[in-house]
Design a protein around this ligand. Structure first.
Ligand code: UDP
Length: 342
């Protein structure tokens, strides 16, 4: 899409959403945020403005399931496209609360499609996840590999992909890109934006940052008996700024193809938990205490992207390495030990 556009970003105050807003603002796009702050805060929006040197056009505290509030957002602006991040994202929690996950993630997506359709907005970048591949027994994974979601979070993302794809098939005006990210980590290099998990982090990178900061005593490494070189889980970590760039580039390619197209966003490189611990130790200059414990239920041994398709389509590749991911995550932790001030 040439020139600047006005983009609705749902979940724009969240981890990936906030970095994507900065990237869009830096490239001349206008941004409107809708966020219910269920796992984010207005402090993130202030930081977006500070980092980008310019604020979003508007910010709405609203839930996508509040159809009247959502309709009002669409009535206030003329959107060229929507980037849809707003969702619940904790795998473990999704197993405990499947109804909440389907309601928020699937119901939120259909409510958004309803509002888009009603207001003549037909271009969508959808936030999907490598978790849709489930227990894949091959590395790396291409978009053509079968989906096999193993928990309600992953199933909700898979269902949303199906719904968006079908809407695009039935209503030819619609076009969508579903981006399946692997493991986004790191932070904006300014140290002003990063990941602010509520309570004890579930994910390994924010957990490591809190161990290094002395807020948690040690990392529990979930299993060293996986079928991987050192026995610990292997993931394709990619820098959140690369993910943000991927979304901005996606926006510019929304009109390339009809219907919905799925792309992996990953580096194509696998990193074990112990390799990640070593990288973080180098970044923070402190020892990282850890202990090997049993496997986490539902964990898979290795998930690594084959990013060939997206590179071929858009010339996008992840450019930031593991050192940058660890250094930027640590900088954010050091500068913001309690997250964003609110
Ligand atoms: N992991 C770990 N200890 C933790 C959290 C995660 O050893 O406290 C491992 C986990 O088993 C997996 C990898 O780190 O192999 C990435 O997990 P994370 O939860 O960050 O992302 P996931 O790939 O599950 O979405």
């Amino acid at each position: 899409m040439p020139g600047s556009s006005t983009v609705l970003v749902t979940g724009g105050a969240g981890f990936i959403g906030s970095h994507t807003c900065v990237e869009l603002l830096d490239h001349g796009h206008d941004v409107v945020i809708v966020d219910n702050y269920s796992n984010s805060s207005p402090g993130a929006v202030e930081r977006i403005a500070k980092v980008a040197g310019r604020a979003p056009v508007a910010v709405y505290e609203a839930d996508l399931l509040d159809r009247r509030a959502l309709a009002a957002v669409f009535a206030d602006h003329s959107f060229d496209a929507v980037i849809h991040f707003a969702a619940r994202k904790a795998v473990g929690e999704s197993v405990e609360q499947p109804v909440e996950y389907y309601d928020t993630n699937v119901g939120g997506t259909t409510a958004l499609l309803r509002a888009m359709h009603d207001h003549g907005v037909h271009r969508l970048v959808f936030s999907s996840s490598c978790s849709v591949y489930g227990n894949a027994d091959k590395v790396p994974l291409t978009e053509g590999d079968p989906a096999d979601p193993t928990n309600p979070y992953a199933t909700s993302k898979w269902l949303c992909e199906q719904i968006v794809a079908d809407v695009c098939r039935r209503l030819p005006g619609f076009s969508a890109l579903a981006l399946r990210y692997f493991n986004p980590v790191g932070a904006h290099p300014s140290g002003l934006l990063g990941e602010v998990p509520r309570g004890v982090p579930n994910n390994v990178m924010p957990y490591l940052a809190q161990v290094a900061a002395g807020r948690l005593d040690r990392l529990r490494v979930f299993g060293d008996d996986h079928a991987t070189p050192d026995g610990t889980g292997v993931r394709d970590y990619l820098h959140v700024m690369d993910v943000a760039e991927g979304h901005r580039v996606a926006l510019e390619h929304l009109d390339d193809t009809r219907g919905m197209t799925v792309f992996n966003l990953g580096t194509g490189r696998g990193t074990s938990v112990l390799e990640l611990v070593a990288a973080f130790r180098r970044a923070c200059g402190k020892p990282i205490p850890y202990e090997i414990t049993g496997r986490r239920p539902g964990d898979v041994a290795a998930l690594v992207a084959d990013p060939t398709a997206v590179t071929r389509a858009w010339n996008w590749t992840a450019t930031r390495d593991l050192t940058a991911m660890a250094e930027d995550a640590w900088r954010f932790q050091e500068l913001n030990p309690s997250g964003y001030p609110d």
